[in-house]
Ligand binder design. Structure first.
Ligand code: NAP
Length: 342
């Protein structure tokens, strides 16, 4: 099968190319830059901007892709409609990568949807957000989903991804904890409201394997699938797991309620932590037989290795997240709550 990938050279994309080529498929890359595919290859590379997507219709026709995979972070309703109209008569199906932020529960997490918390785990049938996505102007996967699934002449597939971690992530999701462990910090402080909050994650290679599978399996036509790990750890369990993987013998301690310490950018957001974002990914497992190729232990080990060999400046991430002096003052001068977890 021949698959055109829009984007594909960022964080998740190179692993999608890797799996598709291992499965024996041919791939075409469309992006604005060089083919940075981390060792994977493609049969053709079209250099172009999504905003001029229609200009490439003849080239797409000549290359004759059976499936088109949308793998771009920003992808508005207008862009989605341009992609659909350009690809009519060119391809048989569009697979769009969405996110679990389309669920109403996500709106409740950020206080933009009224009412009590939504039950979890979230399945593909769970209620969707009515409110516009908070933050990040121009980003809303809900409108992309509506465009992709709303055209009767162009079959689609939607994959709802959780927050993804692993090598190449510009989010460096484990960095804030790992750096403290590598700096031999004896204690990592965590705000109470975040400690027990659960959020389903996905490891980059596993997400890419699921994307490659759904892109090449016709049974995915017209289907919407959640992706994510089967176990959704709490934030404190997530940190403890990183600690075990690196042999850290420190403790995670809940900071006193009046001395909240924000050690990650995410902790700065005022979330309603009563709303867990636990996602049920049973459907893709049952319908397409998807299973993770990489174990959760190996996923964490590979992420740790990559973070250590691709160090970034603490100042790049924001010096306020590494204010050890304040953390020590909270711990040793004013005391903290008794409870420790590791
Ligand atoms: N990362 C996550 O945690 C996460 C979570 C949930 C869902 N998702 C979804 O998963 C997909 C992939 O995410 P990602 O993090 O791997 O994305 P990414 O790293 O931002 O990669 C974006 C890709 O799009 C290309 N691109 C950007 N602007 C373009 C334009 N105007 N025209 C043509 N190509 C353009 C980039 O290449 P050039 O710059 O060379 O053009 C790159 O290949 C996205 O749909 C994202 O929303 C990601």
């Amino acid at each position: 099968m021949r698959i055109l990938i829009i984007g594909g050279s960022g964080f998740i994309g190179p692993d999608v190319f890797k799996y598709l080529s291992e499965m024996g498929h041919e791939t075409i890359l469309f992006n604005r830059g060089t083919p940075k595919l981390e060792g994977a290859s493609c049969v053709a590379h079209i250099v172009g901007d999504l905003r001029r997507f229609g200009d490439f219709k003849d080239e797409f026709k000549r290359l004759d892709p059976q499936v088109v995979l949308e793998d771009m972070f920003h992808f508005s309703s207008t862009d989605a409609k341009t992609v659909i109209s350009t690809l009519k008569g060119v391809t048989k199906r569009i697979v769009a990568i969405s996110g679990t932020d389309v669920y109403r529960a996500y709106g409740k997490l950020f206080g933009i949807e009224p009412g009590p918390v939504d039950p979890v785990p979230l399945t593909e049938e769970s209620p969707l957000r009515q409110a516009v996505f908070p933050g990040m102007k121009g980003y809303d996967k809900l409108v992309v989903e509506q465009a992709i699934m709303g055209d009767p002449d162009m079959p689609g597939t939607i994959l709802r991804l959780p927050p993804v971690y692993g090598p190449r992530s510009v989010m460096h999701r484990i960095y804030f904890y790992l750096k403290r462990m590598d700096d031999n910090r004896p204690v990592i402080l965590m705000s109470r409201h975040l400690a027990n909050w659960r959020w389903t994650h996905g490891y980059v290679e596993n997400m890419a394997a699921a994307i490659a599978q759904a892109a090449t399996d016709e049974r995915a036509t017209g289907r919407i699938y959640n992706l994510g790990e089967t176990e959704s750890t709490s934030m404190i369990e997530w940190v403890v797991n990183i600690g075990k993987a690196v042999g850290w013998d420190g403790e995670v301690v809940i900071s006193p309620p009046n001395r909240l310490v924000e050690i990650t950018p995410f902790a700065l957001m005022r979330i309603n932590a009563a709303q867990d974002i636990i996602v049920d990914s049973t459907l893709i497992r049952r319908e397409l037989g998807y299973t993770e190729p990489v174990s959760s232990e190996a996923a964490l080990d590979r992420t740790i290795d990559w973070e250590r060999s691709n160090p970034i400046s603490a100042y790049y991430m924001g010096p306020q997240f590494f204010d050890y002096e304040t953390e020590d003052a909270i711990l040793f001068r004013t005391g903290s709550e008794d409870k420790t977890y590791h």
